[in-house]
Design a protein around this ligand. Sequence first.
Ligand SMILES: Nc1ncnc2c1ncn2[C@@H]1O[C@H](COP(=O)(O)OP(=O)(O)OP(=O)(O)O)[C@@H](O)[C@H]1O
Ligand SMILES: [Mg+2]
Length: 146
Amino acid sequence: MERPTNDEIVCKTADNTEALGENFSKFVAADSSIALIGDLGAGKTTFVKGLARGFGIGENINSPSFDILRIYRGDVTLLHVDAYRLDGSESAANALLLEDFLVHPHCLVVEWPERLPNFLQTCDFRIFFAVDGHCRKITLEAMRKP
Ligand SMILES: Nc1ncnc2c1ncn2[C@@H]1O[C@H](COP(=O)(O)OP(=O)(O)OP(=O)(O)O)[C@@H](O)[C@H]1O
Ligand SMILES: [Mg+2]
Protein backbone atom coordinates (compact mmCIF):
# COMPACT_ATOMS: atom_id res chain seq x y z
CA MET A 1 0.00 0.00 0.00
CA GLU A 2 1.34 3.43 -0.91
CA ARG A 3 2.34 5.61 1.99
CA PRO A 4 0.66 8.99 2.37
CA THR A 5 2.75 12.11 2.00
CA ASN A 6 2.08 13.27 5.59
CA ASP A 7 5.09 14.20 7.68
CA GLU A 8 6.94 11.19 8.91
CA ILE A 9 8.07 10.76 12.49
CA VAL A 10 11.55 9.34 12.81
CA CYS A 11 12.08 6.93 15.72
CA LYS A 12 15.77 6.20 16.15
CA THR A 13 15.38 3.40 18.67
CA ALA A 14 12.81 0.78 19.65
CA ASP A 15 12.27 2.79 22.85
CA ASN A 16 11.36 5.83 20.76
CA THR A 17 8.84 3.79 18.79
CA GLU A 18 7.34 2.48 22.02
CA ALA A 19 7.12 6.03 23.38
CA LEU A 20 5.31 7.13 20.23
CA GLY A 21 2.76 4.35 20.80
CA GLU A 22 2.31 5.41 24.42
CA ASN A 23 1.79 9.05 23.44
CA PHE A 24 -0.55 8.11 20.62
CA SER A 25 -2.78 6.22 23.07
CA LYS A 26 -3.75 9.58 24.58
CA PHE A 27 -5.17 10.79 21.26
CA VAL A 28 -7.24 7.72 20.49
CA ALA A 29 -10.96 8.01 21.21
CA ALA A 30 -12.69 5.07 22.88
CA ASP A 31 -13.56 2.21 20.53
CA SER A 32 -11.05 3.18 17.84
CA SER A 33 -9.44 0.83 15.36
CA ILE A 34 -5.89 1.14 14.07
CA ALA A 35 -4.17 -0.54 11.11
CA LEU A 36 -0.38 -0.99 11.38
CA ILE A 37 1.20 -1.31 7.95
CA GLY A 38 4.81 -2.30 7.34
CA ASP A 39 7.20 -5.17 6.63
CA LEU A 40 8.37 -7.90 9.01
CA GLY A 41 10.37 -6.32 11.82
CA ALA A 42 9.25 -2.79 10.94
CA GLY A 43 8.25 -2.01 14.53
CA LYS A 44 4.50 -2.66 14.61
CA THR A 45 4.52 -4.79 17.76
CA THR A 46 7.00 -2.39 19.38
CA PHE A 47 4.45 0.40 18.83
CA VAL A 48 1.68 -1.79 20.33
CA LYS A 49 3.80 -2.29 23.48
CA GLY A 50 3.73 1.48 23.98
CA LEU A 51 0.01 1.71 23.23
CA ALA A 52 -0.62 -0.94 25.89
CA ARG A 53 1.46 0.95 28.43
CA GLY A 54 -0.57 4.08 27.67
CA PHE A 55 -3.77 2.12 28.30
CA GLY A 56 -2.51 1.08 31.74
CA ILE A 57 -1.86 -2.51 30.72
CA GLY A 58 0.94 -4.00 32.80
CA GLU A 59 1.30 -7.25 30.87
CA ASN A 60 4.08 -7.61 28.33
CA ILE A 61 2.88 -7.59 24.73
CA ASN A 62 4.49 -10.27 22.60
CA SER A 63 4.59 -10.88 18.92
CA PRO A 64 2.05 -13.68 18.92
CA SER A 65 3.63 -16.65 17.18
CA PHE A 66 0.51 -18.81 17.11
CA ASP A 67 -2.30 -16.64 18.41
CA ILE A 68 -3.91 -14.34 15.91
CA LEU A 69 -5.89 -12.42 18.53
CA ARG A 70 -4.83 -11.44 22.03
CA ILE A 71 -6.88 -9.40 24.48
CA TYR A 72 -5.41 -7.28 27.27
CA ARG A 73 -7.45 -5.53 29.92
CA GLY A 74 -6.47 -2.12 31.26
CA ASP A 75 -8.21 1.27 31.37
CA VAL A 76 -9.05 0.35 27.79
CA THR A 77 -9.40 -3.21 26.50
CA LEU A 78 -6.73 -3.72 23.86
CA LEU A 79 -7.44 -6.24 21.11
CA HIS A 80 -4.18 -7.04 19.34
CA VAL A 81 -4.58 -8.90 16.06
CA ASP A 82 -1.67 -10.22 14.03
CA ALA A 83 -3.35 -11.18 10.77
CA TYR A 84 -0.13 -12.42 9.14
CA ARG A 85 -1.34 -16.02 9.15
CA LEU A 86 -4.82 -15.28 7.83
CA ASP A 87 -5.45 -16.04 4.18
CA GLY A 88 -7.42 -12.86 3.53
CA SER A 89 -10.75 -14.68 3.25
CA GLU A 90 -13.98 -13.55 4.92
CA SER A 91 -14.39 -16.96 6.55
CA ALA A 92 -10.97 -16.86 8.24
CA ALA A 93 -11.69 -13.35 9.53
CA ASN A 94 -15.17 -14.31 10.76
CA ALA A 95 -13.72 -17.26 12.68
CA LEU A 96 -11.97 -14.78 14.97
CA LEU A 97 -15.38 -13.66 16.32
CA LEU A 98 -13.82 -10.22 16.70
CA GLU A 99 -17.14 -8.41 17.11
CA ASP A 100 -17.92 -10.47 20.20
CA PHE A 101 -14.88 -9.02 21.96
CA LEU A 102 -15.41 -5.36 21.14
CA VAL A 103 -16.50 -4.27 24.62
CA HIS A 104 -16.52 -0.57 25.51
CA PRO A 105 -14.01 1.04 25.86
CA HIS A 106 -11.67 -0.80 23.53
CA CYS A 107 -8.95 -0.25 20.98
CA LEU A 108 -8.59 -2.70 18.11
CA VAL A 109 -5.10 -2.72 16.63
CA VAL A 110 -4.23 -4.90 13.64
CA GLU A 111 -0.85 -5.90 12.23
CA TRP A 112 -0.96 -7.10 8.60
CA PRO A 113 -4.40 -5.48 8.08
CA GLU A 114 -4.17 -6.28 4.36
CA ARG A 115 -5.23 -9.81 5.37
CA LEU A 116 -8.37 -8.74 7.22
CA PRO A 117 -11.08 -7.98 4.63
CA ASN A 118 -12.37 -4.36 4.64
CA PHE A 119 -10.32 -3.33 7.67
CA LEU A 120 -8.13 -0.85 5.79
CA GLN A 121 -11.25 0.89 4.52
CA THR A 122 -13.10 1.01 7.84
CA CYS A 123 -10.38 1.66 10.44
CA ASP A 124 -9.96 5.03 12.19
CA PHE A 125 -6.18 5.31 11.74
CA ARG A 126 -3.57 3.87 9.42
CA ILE A 127 -0.01 3.92 10.69
CA PHE A 128 2.78 3.19 8.22
CA PHE A 129 6.19 1.88 9.27
CA ALA A 130 9.26 2.03 7.03
CA VAL A 131 12.71 0.71 7.99
CA ASP A 132 15.78 2.86 7.46
CA GLY A 133 18.68 1.15 9.22
CA HIS A 134 17.99 1.40 12.93
CA CYS A 135 15.46 4.15 12.31
CA ARG A 136 11.80 3.63 11.71
CA LYS A 137 9.97 6.26 9.68
CA ILE A 138 6.40 6.33 10.91
CA THR A 139 3.50 8.11 9.23
CA LEU A 140 0.12 8.62 10.87
CA GLU A 141 -3.04 8.88 8.81
CA ALA A 142 -6.45 9.65 10.34
CA MET A 143 -9.32 8.33 8.26
CA ARG A 144 -12.41 10.36 7.54
CA LYS A 145 -15.58 8.55 8.54
CA PRO A 146 -18.74 8.93 6.44
N1 LIG B 1 13.62 2.41 15.84
C1 LIG B 1 13.10 1.20 16.07
N2 LIG B 1 11.76 1.06 16.24
C2 LIG B 1 11.21 -0.16 16.41
N3 LIG B 1 11.91 -1.32 16.46
C3 LIG B 1 13.24 -1.22 16.32
C4 LIG B 1 13.88 0.02 16.12
N4 LIG B 1 15.21 -0.21 15.99
C5 LIG B 1 15.38 -1.52 16.12
N5 LIG B 1 14.20 -2.14 16.31
C6 LIG B 1 14.03 -3.60 16.46
O1 LIG B 1 13.30 -4.06 15.33
C7 LIG B 1 12.44 -5.10 15.73
C8 LIG B 1 11.01 -4.71 15.46
O2 LIG B 1 10.23 -5.80 15.77
P1 LIG B 1 8.63 -5.77 15.86
O3 LIG B 1 8.26 -7.10 16.42
O4 LIG B 1 8.16 -4.55 16.55
O5 LIG B 1 8.25 -5.70 14.32
P2 LIG B 1 6.87 -6.03 13.62
O6 LIG B 1 6.64 -4.95 12.62
O7 LIG B 1 5.82 -6.27 14.64
O8 LIG B 1 7.19 -7.38 12.84
P3 LIG B 1 6.23 -8.58 12.42
O9 LIG B 1 5.58 -8.19 11.12
O10 LIG B 1 7.18 -9.72 12.25
O11 LIG B 1 5.22 -8.81 13.51
C9 LIG B 1 12.68 -5.34 17.23
O12 LIG B 1 13.66 -6.34 17.39
C10 LIG B 1 13.22 -3.99 17.68
O13 LIG B 1 14.04 -4.07 18.83
MG1 LIG C 1 4.58 -7.86 15.07
